[in-house]
Design a protein around this ligand. Structure first.
Ligand code: FCB
Length: 484
């Protein structure tokens, strides 16, 4: 066992997201999300031609979900509200009573058994009506997001005390607006992806300030954001250019979001600003493709979080690219100027992007804390971490992944003094994994998607996680693969 244990105030939880588990895509007055609409029109988007119509059917089976969470022994559940379930056309002119009731009941049932819900407002399922207006490329959508957040705070703020505004703006903007790996699949490299980034940051700040002014005085809750980061490892740590490439990658993917919110500057990092401006000029543009914040906006963004939600899965190896753009247009990829090389991967069935490299986690936690002094006073919460395979219940690799990654968290706490106060495993049960459909599984519980009941069965990793939560230590011998 590891000699270190998790401090008494360290919290454990599990994470899910509405679109990935709820199903019931057209029940209870729900409007369509852009994922519903896009997947219905483009079934080939996922390798198994699947969608989120039924998913794990948590809309109907939430009582079973709650029992599963209880069995893990965790006291926190990070989940999201489906924006179109609450506001079918995305506007607060029309609040769905059934949608509102569904989340009210779910939150109350969780609280009855002492599980605290931590609620994300935007985990990617934008109402189609708003995507039709241009989604996050249209600053008007910020008004709708603010309205939605206000509805949620009014409806649930008496019992929900921890909110996150956004989940992983980087993945959303880069893969959804820059590329076609996620919906809305805009392929707007270097333009849409930066508008999305910019307006998401502003949306986050507006909601934070709105809560602060209108709700915090009597609801007394906290509002944060969840950012994602892979660790970037220089191909050769003795080569200055590889080190620079790794730094460039982190600046363009993490700091572009973290710096405006968590630094004293309240703006994009100088590196990002200069890189995009220079690349814009080089491409013959006379102005930057990355918008500027006004002084007032900077004041709103700076310090607009009560905690830093961090999602982490993997490490990429970095070296400078030949600057050959992947596409013949400026893009975040191109502007980053680095080559991502995933040869840390061992041959194992799972998503290509997910390389298992536990030490990267500790380094990332240190990087985040060292760069953002604000994090001495507000905590880091690890809002997602996990691994995918093909779904077997004897998931020894997942057991090892959680043990090894959590061990790095212990080292970061005890040896480096990183202010990390919580951990949420991704994910409670197998779910709809965006562009992978149901082909890869991240769950602590297996879901039999072929059964009409969507039967749930605990995997070995659930048993192992429950043991960590109960003992507040990692026992590497608790579950061992059979020796063949
Ligand atoms: C993250 C997402 C989450 C899940 C995991 C595997 O990027 O936030 O919804 O799909 O990846």
């Amino acid at each position: 066992a590891s000699n270190y244990s998790f401090p008494d105030d360290f919290i454990f939880g599990v994470s899910t997201a509405a679109f990935q588990i709820e199903g019931a895509w057209n029940e209870g007055g729900k409007g369509e999300s852009m994922w519903d609409t896009y997947l219905h029109k483009n079934p080939q988007f996922t390798p198994d031609r699947s969608n989120g119509d039924v998913a794990a059917d948590s809309y109907h089976k939430y009582m079973e979900d709650i029992q599963m969470i209880q069995k893990l022994g965790v006291k926190y559940y990070r989940m999201s509200i489906s924006w179109p379930r609450l506001l079918p056309n995305g506007t607060d002119n029309n609040i769905s009573r059934e949608g509102a009731m569904y989340y009210r009941t779910l939150f109350e049932e969780l609280l009855k058994v002492n599980i605290t819900p931590i609620v994300t407002l935007f985990h990617w399922d934008m109402p189609t009506a708003l995507m039709d207006l241009g989604g996050w490329t249209n600053p008007k959508v910020m008004d709708y997001f603010e309205d939605y957040a206000r509805v949620a705070f009014n409806l649930y703020g008496d019992i929900i005390k921890t909110w996150t505004t956004l989940n992983e703006p980087h993945q959303h903007c880069y893969n959804g607006y820059g590329l076609d790996y996620f919906v809305p699949a805009l392929m707007s490299h270097g333009v849409g992806e930066y508008l999305c980034t910019h307006y998401l940051l502003l949306s986050h700040a507006r909601v934070y300030r709105m809560y602060e002014k209108e709700f915090r005085p009597y609801q007394k809750g906290k509002v944060g954001i969840t950012l994602d980061a892979f660790w970037a490892k220089p191909r050769d740590a003795n080569k200055a250019e590889d080190v620079l490439a790794a730094n460039a990658y982190l600046h363009m993917h993490l700091d572009i979001y973290a710096h405006p919110i968590f630094s004293d500057v309240g703006d994009y990092p100088t590196f990002v600003r200069e890189r995009v401006n220079n690349m814009s000029l080089e491409q013959g543009f006379s102005r930057s493709r990355l918008p500027y914040f006004t002084d007032e906006e900077i004041l709103a963004i700076k310090g607009s979080a009560d905690f830093f939600g961090l999602n982490h899965y993997t490490t990429f190896i970095m070296s400078p690219s030949s600057m050959e753009p992947k596409w013949n247009v400026p893009s975040l990829d191109h502007d980053t100027g680095v080559k991502v090389d995933q040869n840390l991967t061992w041959p194992r069935p799972g998503p290509e992007w997910l390389t298992v490299y536990p030490p990267g986690f500790r380094q990332l936690l240190n990087y985040v804390q060292d760069n953002y002094r604000m994090l001495r006073d507000i905590p880091i919460l690890i809002t997602e971490n996990g691994m995918a395979d093909l779904g077997q219940t004897e998931d020894y690799e997942r057991v090892a992944y959680f043990n090894d990654y959590l061990h790095q968290v212990l080292l970061a706490i005890h040896e480096d003094g990183v202010n990390v106060k919580g951990y949420f495993a991704w994910t409670l049960m197998d779910d709809f994994e965006w562009s992978d459909g149901y082909t890869f599984k991240f769950g602590l519980y297996k879901v039999d998607f072929d059964s009409p009941e969507k039967t749930r069965t605990p995997k070995l990793s659930a048993k192992n996680y429950a043991n960590i939560v109960r003992t507040r230590r990692i026992d590497f011998n608790y579950i061992k693969p059979p020796i063949i």
